[in-house]
Design a protein around this ligand. Sequence first.
Ligand code: C2E
Ligand code: MG
Ligand code: MG
Ligand code: MG
Length: 289
Amino acid sequence: TAKTEGRSHVCFFRKESESSFSSRLSLEQDLYHALEKEQFSLYYQPQVNMVTGEIVGAEALMRWKHPVHGYIPPVKFIPLLEDIGLIKPVGEWVLNTACHQQKSWASKYSAPFHMSVNLSPKQFEEDTLVSSVKKALNLSGMNAAHLKLEITESMLLNEEGRALEMLNRLNEIGVGVSIDDFGTGYSSLSYLKRFPIQTIKIDRAFVKDIEQDKRDQLIIKAIIDLSRALNVGIIAEGAETINQINCLREAECHTVQGYFFSQPVPPEIFEQKLPEWTKLAEIISRSRK
Ligand code: C2E
Ligand code: MG
Ligand code: MG
Ligand code: MG
């Protein structure tokens, strides 16, 4: 009957939500020890200048290898880290690790090599962010000008005065700030005028259909032209195919990051692949459509 069906439905639903609730709880418990148990690592994804044919930098992306569940994606565990108040120490570990890596690569590799590090909203609100960044720079000996911190548009929206102050303080110590996932939030190109931002990263959503979608092409072109006029750097995210690469080049987007060159990889693989990526970037930079 409908009644028993309804009951079994309720029962099923309760069981499901209970299990996802308990799995969230147990993931949170496991996160408390993940740092000391060295379950976190950073993968790196190359950023490629298609005009000069150089690998101009890398984005550091966090990975968590859970002893039972295997790799858990950052979109799942980073909000949990925020909730349980661990994003600050873990974020500092990310900064330190990424800065050390940059320093090591910068000394082996001649081109100026940037390191991009993502910040979560709570980190960006913390007064201690600037001192954490300074510490990571000092400990690693990395050049501040080669560090780029990635924030999202929504972080600028909250308490505008505070965000501006934080950006100014970061700029004062010579660190650049990028707007990540540009175009997906409450995008406003006026941000580029109001805030001292060095780079914007065009979200993958605009790159995905760039071949077919005339509007995406126009939006990307407009973002690029304005950014260039305002002297703000541009990186297109999520370029996967040669056709997307060609469309981006046509729009005069010089720098890309995406699976076309590589997925994020562990540092050893990054070093191994660097010559290969450089070769590919050189071929693209020389080819004219
Ligand atoms: P994000 O900063 O926008 O990073 C780019 C994401 O897009 C990465 O996912 C990357 O693997 C993926 N991606 C890059 N190229 C392509 C492509 O061509 N196609 C497709 N389909 N995807 C591509 P990932 O590593 O899973 O990270 C997801 C998000 O988690 C990041 O988005 C960032 O917001 C956050 N995150 C990662 N590491 C950290 C961290 O250390 N701290 C903080 N606060 N957030 C982090
Ligand atoms: Mg990012
Ligand atoms: Mg992004
Ligand atoms: Mg993001």
